[in-house]
Design a protein around this ligand. Structure first.
Ligand SMILES: C[S@@+](CC[C@H](N)C(=O)[O-])C[C@H]1O[C@@H](n2cnc3c(N)ncnc32)[C@H](O)[C@@H]1O
Length: 283
């Protein structure tokens, strides 16, 4: 969109309004968030094809316009306004030290638990009070990669629309249903009613993941609960699960990072839920 007076400055009303979305309260109030960088913007625009209006506007500086003409064209094709801004204005819309020239204003993606369960997911991730945005985004990405059908963030967890989380998800935020603000109790009750077995991932879990895998128990529809980075899963939440499962620690590490633990558990389930033809020894 031509402004007639050159690229918008950090003080222009459009840029100022978008910048407010760096604050969680403002994201909640407006139900909008910022997706920054080409990968996030690409996935946001792809999602907007099925949900017109999901991307409200795209800000681009001269570098972004040069490097990502495909995204500018995709925005025009989707009838999303593209606003030229100065590099300083673009930088003011992101909390990263290396802005990548393009930022989109998007509608929040979270859906109700009912909506998330409608597609009958057989693998679900539940983050119980996860607080680190990088972990949240990385778990979203791992869940997407492992073929999970939904990711739930319990009340008190980080907002997955937070800038760091969006970047860490590398576009996966737009690929699968995300539920926020649900209590761990409600989530477990609803997931169990939907036919999923509830496994709590915990370093002191009663069952070893390798044993659970070898017994074929992971082929069943499963929801995995993962705990907070500092204090793990509270006892009352572990008590809600059908079993607690530990990823064996073969070295001297105290525990795994939350996102690493999630990737290991989700991939164990993904493998079990997708049986492969038997491989003969030596072949
Ligand atoms: C960094 S850990 C929390 C460590 C914390 N000191 C504790 O007491 O649990 C965050 C989450 O990652 C998962 N996790 C980490 N290591 C694990 C392991 N060895 N087995 C299963 N889950 C693990 C659990 O869900 C845990 O709540």
């Amino acid at each position: 969109m031509s402004t007639g007076t050159g690229p918008l400055s950090p003080r222009s009303s459009r840029v100022t309004a978008a910048r407010r979305l760096l604050r969680g309260r403002e994201r909640d109030r407006q139900r909008l968030f910022l997706a920054d960088g080409p990968q996030s913007v690409r996935e946001a625009l792809a999602a907007a094809v099925a949900a017109p209006g999901a991307v409200r506007e795209v800000f681009v500086d001269a570098t972004g316009r040069d490097r990502h003409p495909d995204l500018v064209s995709a925005a025009f094709a989707a009838a999303v306004p593209v606003l030229d801004v100065t590099a300083e204005a673009l930088a003011s819309l992101t909390d990263t030290v290396t802005p990548q020239g393009i930022v989109a204003v998007c509608g929040c993606v979270d859906v109700s638990l009912d909506d998330a369960l409608r597609a009958r997911p057989t693998l679900v991730t539940v983050l119980v009070q996860a607080r680190d945005p990088g972990n949240a985004g990385t778990v979203l990405r791992a869940s997407d990669a492992a073929g999970a059908g939904a990711v739930l963030f319990t009340a008190g967890s980080v907002d997955p629309h937070n800038g760091k989380s969006v970047r860490a998800s590398a576009g996966s935020l737009f690929h699968l249903p995300v539920v926020t603000g649900v209590s761990a109790g409600d989530a477990v009750e609803r997931l169990r009613s939907a036919g999923l077995r509830i496994l709590a991932a915990d370093g002191t879990g009663e069952l070893d993941l390798d044993d659970v895998t070898d017994h074929g128990d992971l082929a069943r529809p499963t929801a995995w609960l993962f705990g907070n980075e500092a204090w793990g899963l509270p006892q009352d939440v572990r008590d809600l699960a059908d079993a607690t499962v530990r990823v064996p620690i073969h070295g001297a590490a105290e525990s795994l990072n939350l996102a690493a633990a999630a990737a290991v558990c989700l991939y164990a389930s993904a493998r079990a839920q997708r049986p492969r033809p038997a491989v003969r020894a030596g072949s």
